[in-house]
Design a protein around this ligand. Structure first.
Ligand code: CP
Length: 350
């Protein structure tokens, strides 16, 4: 049993010290931080995602997948709104034969009687092997994972979005989409990404930047209104990793260089925590002029949901990839669950 002194009752501040608790011998036990992914783990997950989606095209293959984790259960604890992440985790678990349950409101749980959220998760773990958590405050999924690390309990926590801080499985599916897109064009290494929108409060952006920094020669162009520029810690991270980046308030500055454009919506649900003030988001919206300046083989991505930053007429542009991202998200999560619950080698060998 790992002692409390060794792990600390509260999450430790040093990221490298934290990461070692959530992985073992190259395998993720919990997914809390995007920084946990190594290139080796990412490549392995992409291979499993590809294999699983190929298997699923036949009845025999789908039955094989369904037989991978029939005796394992997942609980989806989503106390912030979600469409894609919730449904894709549910679908991914089901594809692997897991049963799922969901708690999507604290109004109907014993938290109304004063139970702490941490005790609620401890309770879920008595019935389930995997707990997927979307939570408004950063640090909560980490605390849950630490509780199971300290107890050496064979339970697994996956963060499905933690406040403004991280969305590691969104970054996984984003990079999986880029991997598929650039597979026959030299891979992600050396590509130039333009990331547009609310870069101060978007957790998907932060997690994506962490993953892009793992690729060599990637350059990142950041476009946002002045009050929504990416935070200093992410700039320092890019500098430490030697990743070249530029900033502007206008897409026109960089769009003709971009191999991929990652659009994001304004995250005004966080206005009370980090107000954006008066701003013109029109510079962060696609229009005919911007599309006209894009490379013919560049791709347009978005974590969704979208607002006016991608008008629906853009859906017909052959460079739009955001609906493919949604589907890739399910297969990326199949691969992640298979990795964490250790049926990935079986899928790989099928
Ligand atoms: N991209 C994303 O996280 O979507 P949902 O909020 O619908 O899960």
């Amino acid at each position: 049993m790992m002692s409390t002194a060794a792990t600390g009752a509260e999450p430790r501040s040093d990221m490298d010290a934290k990461l070692q608790f959530f992985s073992s011998r190259g395998r993720l036990l919990h997914l809390i931080f995007t920084q946990q992914f190594t290139r080796e783990v990412l490549e392995g997950l992409f291979d499993i995602a590809e294999k699983a989606r190929r298997l699923y095209t036949s009845r025999i293959g789908a039955a094989f997948l369904k037989d991978c984790l029939p005796n394992r259960r997942a609980l989806l604890y989503f106390v912030q709104p979600s469409t894609r992440t919730f449904l894709s985790f549910q679908a991914a678990a089901s594809l692997l034969g897991m049963s799922t349950a969901a708690v999507t409101s604290t109004q109907t749980s014993s938290e109304m009687k004063g139970e702490t959220p941490l005790d609620s998760v401890h309770t879920f773990a008595m019935y389930h092997d995997l707990i997927v958590i979307r939570y408004p405050e950063p640090g909560f999924a980490e605390k849950c994972a630490m509780r199971f690390v300290e107890a050496e309990a064979p339970k697994h926590i996956v963060s499905a979005g933690s406040g403004m801080e991280q969305h590691p499985t969104q970054a996984l599916l984003d990079v999986y989409t880029l991997h598929r897109e650039f597979y026959r064009r030299g891979g992600i290494d050396g590509k130039r990404m333009m990331i547009v929108g609310d870069l101060a409060r978007g957790r998907a952006v932060r997690s994506l930047v962490y993953l892009l920094c793992k690729y060599s020669g990637v350059r990142i162009d950041l476009v946002s209104p002045d009050s929504l520029r990416i935070k200093e810690d992410m700039k320092q991270h890019m500098q430490r990793r030697g990743v070249e980046f530029r900033e502007s308030a206008s897409m026109q500055s960089f769009v003709n260089d971009a191999d991929a454009i990652y659009m994001t919506r304004i995250q005004d649900e966080y206005d009370n925590q980090l107000p954006a003030g008066e701003l013109d988001y029109g510079q962060c919206a696609l229009n005919q002029d911007v599309l006209g300046l894009m490379k013919p083989n560049a791709v347009i991505m978005h974590p969704l949901p979208r607002r006016a930053e991608i008008p629906t007429w853009v859906d017909g542009d052959p460079r739009a990839r955001y609906w493919e991202q949604v589907e890739n998200g399910m297969w990326a999560r199949v691969a992640l669950i298979a990795h964490i619950l250790e049926c990935d080698l079986r899928i790989h060998s099928a």
